[in-house]
Design a protein. Structure first.
Length: 421
């Protein structure tokens, strides 16, 4: 499997790689990501898996008939002994098992975040076929669009659209840095919620590279996800007075950069005080000139915490400190929440069942995933593959071919368990 993984991986490795940083520029619906979507169709064709689209930019390759069956009616396809009946009991014996992930990257991101889940899904299908295993319900490989939110600002945009968690009109109007709207990039207005399609899925299992070092510490190649920390993005817009850097007396300035700098330090301090995470990784300055006091600074706060009330307290503390500093600087502050993802606790029965099946550890994560969005709608699980550097959203992200192969074998066992009995 290690050789087959490498061969498949080499097929996508050059796509969107920046020669300078070694990282990836695979923004949703731009040329590199469109090439990856073509690769997806080719892989599906090679395996005789018809591809359907949901009108939101998400692709689905079906091992099984995409038109057969219908919304689920009874028969707990994924129910294990501890499975919560409310989350699994109304799902059909014929409901499809969905797997896959996303192709898009953050700017100069790593190779594995996203694509590993799609490549592994196709290889897991091969693994089951080679073993002569036949699914009794469809296995579906998905490529979700704009998971990172790196182009249009809202993470997990494709899965939020499919599940109705974002309004189609709002999504249509989201614009990238060049002013292109999501609807323009997609070529049409997104279709929005598709409860009929969603109802065809009995479970979702997303395989993903681990984005920390827990598996290095646990000395294990694969883990099962237990939860995703609640998290979100807040835009802090600070307006002051643009002016000449050489002639404006220090006492006369209304400099939003000062308020911004204070806000960044406050975010770091408030997060540390709460064992939470706060990051300001993106900033826009106007007019962005060395010899001008800025007129406007916009910073994006990414905040995450283990508990929702901790997250709320963190963001409120940063907002209050920024507002207080703005008063002293003579600047104006507007805070806008751009996205929010509540605490996700994956289906406990399913996680325990998969952890038992794979003899794998169970881990929470602070990273967001389409699995976190889908978990509110169907029994969902995640598999994590060890990342020796523990680094992610960076070219330093890594995974060995042997661990990726172990991930494929683990995913194949999970798909067999969920779709083939
Ligand atoms: C996605 O990777 C996120 O956690 O922001
Ligand atoms: Mn990511
Ligand atoms: Mn990801």
């Amino acid at each position: 499997m290690t050789g087959r993984f490498r061969e498949s991986w080499d097929g996508i490795a050059p796509i969107g790689r920046d020669a300078g940083s070694g990282g990836y520029l695979r923004y949703a619906l731009t040329a590199p990501e469109l090439r990856l979507r073509e690769w997806f169709r080719t892989q599906a064709d090679l395996r005789g898996m018809p591809v359907s689209e949901d009108g939101n930019g998400n692709l689905f390759a079906w091992w099984g008939d995409p038109d057969a069956g219908g919304p689920s009616t009874g028969g707990p396809a994924t129910a294990g002994p501890n499975t919560d009946a409310q989350t699994t009991g109304d799902r059909a014996g014929t409901g499809a098992v969905l797997t896959g992930s996303h192709f898009d990257s953050v700017p100069h991101g790593g190779a594995y975040d996203g694509p590993l889940g799609i490549v592994s899904a196709f290889l897991a299908v091969d693994e089951l076929r080679a073993a002569g295993v036949t699914p009794v319900r469809p296995v579906v490989v998905a490529a979700f669009v704009e998971e990172e939110g790196a182009r249009f600002g809202v993470p997990c945009l494709g899965s939020r659209l499919l599940t109705g968690e974002i309004d189609a009109d709002r999504a249509a109007g989201l614009r990238d840095a060049a002013g292109v709207s999501f609807a323009e990039a997609l070529g049409h207005r997104p279709a929005g919620a598709d409860p009929a399609l969603l109802g065809r899925f009995a479970a979702f299992v997303e395989l993903h590279v681990e984005q920390g070092r827990a598996l290095v510490d646990a000395d294990a190649p694969v883990a099962v996800g237990s939860a995703i920390w609640p998290h979100g993005r807040w835009r802090f817009e600070l307006r002051g007075e643009g002016n000449h850097a050489g002639t404006t007396r220090m006492a006369d300035r209304r400099d939003p950069m000062l308020t911004f700098a204070f806000t960044v330090l406050a975010a770091n301090k408030e997060a540390r005080l709460r064992d939470a995470h706060a990051t300001v990784g993106r900033v826009a300055v106007e007019p962005n000139a060395t010899n001008a006091v800025p007129s406007r600074v916009t910073g994006w706060l990414d905040a995450r915490a283990a508990a929702p009330e901790t997250l709320d307290g963190l963001v409120e503390a940063v907002r209050a400190k920024a507002a207080e500093r703005a008063r002293r600087d003579g600047t104006e502050l507007t805070v806008t929440r751009e996205s929010a993802t509540p605490l996700v606790t994956f289906d406990g029965g399913l996680a325990d069942r998969l952890a038992g099946l794979l003899a794998a550890p169970v881990l929470p994560t602070g990273a967001g995933h389409d699995a976190g969005v889908l978990a509110a709608h169907l029994p969902t699980a995640m598999l994590f593959v060890r990342n020796p550097t523990g680094v992610s959203h960076s070219p330093a992200e890594s995974a060995t071919d042997a661990d990726c192969a172990a991930g494929v074998v683990a995913l194949a066992r999970v798909l067999e368990e969920l779709a083939c009995h």
